[in-house]
Design a protein around this ligand. Structure first.
Ligand code: ATP
Length: 231
């Protein structure tokens, strides 16, 4: 489904990516793992066209994304939940969801589907997004991304700063989406989540993908986690 092949990207003079490659199939969760500043977020931004790649290729079901304007990429069926959530804080829960639905012209059925996944949002439709708790904001950001009925979901540290019950809720939904056949890329620092959730971990170091391992392989050689995460 998603193929990322040897992408390079820079912020002005700062070379952030110098060779990242990995692929994700339908129904798979791939975790991007690495230390702070390794290039995980930049990899996701490059897939979304928010930072142009200087070389390499990104394709979704064989369609080249690198030549596409950034605003068209979500319409290809990619739901992106950025780090820090970035909702419209002054709009209500309902209005934030409406914005998500509009991107691909989705209607009532999709709205019901996302609200069934997050009943707590249904109870808070009129509440201003900026006044939701951190966990509720993460739910809303996820719900909004799902309003596109994506085939690929990109989540950048969705559980960061959340309390355990909220983490479980978000993870539940990620597992459900995998079961529905979505391809999922997850940037994740929590080793237990990587081990329990992913089909593969891709290790990023200094802007390069340097290794990949299944949870079973990681259980055999936990030194990889120490090496690439420093924990
Ligand atoms: P973290 O876990 O801390 O979020 P990360 O692996 O996601 O880290 P990135 O945010 O992708 O790392 O950053 C990769 C490199 O690019 C870092 O050296 C960072 O300082 C640099 N970088 C990120 N954003 C910018 C920017 N807007 N301008 C210049 N350099 C940037």
């Amino acid at each position: 489904m998603l193929e990322v092949s040897d992408i390079h990207a820079a912020y002005g003079q700062v070379q952030a990516l110098r060779g990242v490659s990995f692929s994700v199939n339908a129904g798979e969760i791939v975790c991007l793992v690495g230390r702070n500043g390794a290039g995980k977020t930049t990899t996701i931004k490059s897939i979304m066209g928010l930072l142009p790649v200087s070389s390499g290729a990104v394709s979704l079901d064989g369609r080249d994304l690198t030549e596409m304007p950034a605003h068209m990429i979500p319409r290809e069926g990619i739901g992106y939940i950025p780090q820090g959530r970035r909702l419209f804080p002054e709009l209500s829960v309902e209005e934030n969801i409406e914005v998500g639905l509009m991107t691909r012209g989705e209607g009532r059925e999709t709205r019901d589907w996302v609200l069934d996944l997050f009943p707590r949002l249904r109870e808070r439709l009129k509440q201003t997004a900026g006044t939701l708790s951190g966990g509720e904001q993460q739910m809303l950001a996820t719900a909004r991304a799902l309003c596109l009925r994506p085939k690929l979901l990109l989540l950048d540290e969705p559980t960061e700063g959340l309390q355990p019950s909220m983490i479980d809720l978000i993870i539940d939904v990620v597992v459900k989406m995998k079961a529905e056949g979505l391809a999922i890329v997850l940037v994740e620092q929590r080793v237990d989540t990587v081990l329990s959730l992913s089909d593969r971990a891709v290790f990023i170091e200094n802007g390069r993908s340097v290794d990949t391992a299944t949870p079973a392989e990681l259980a055999q050689s936990p030194d990889k986690i120490t090496k690439y995460l420093g924990v």
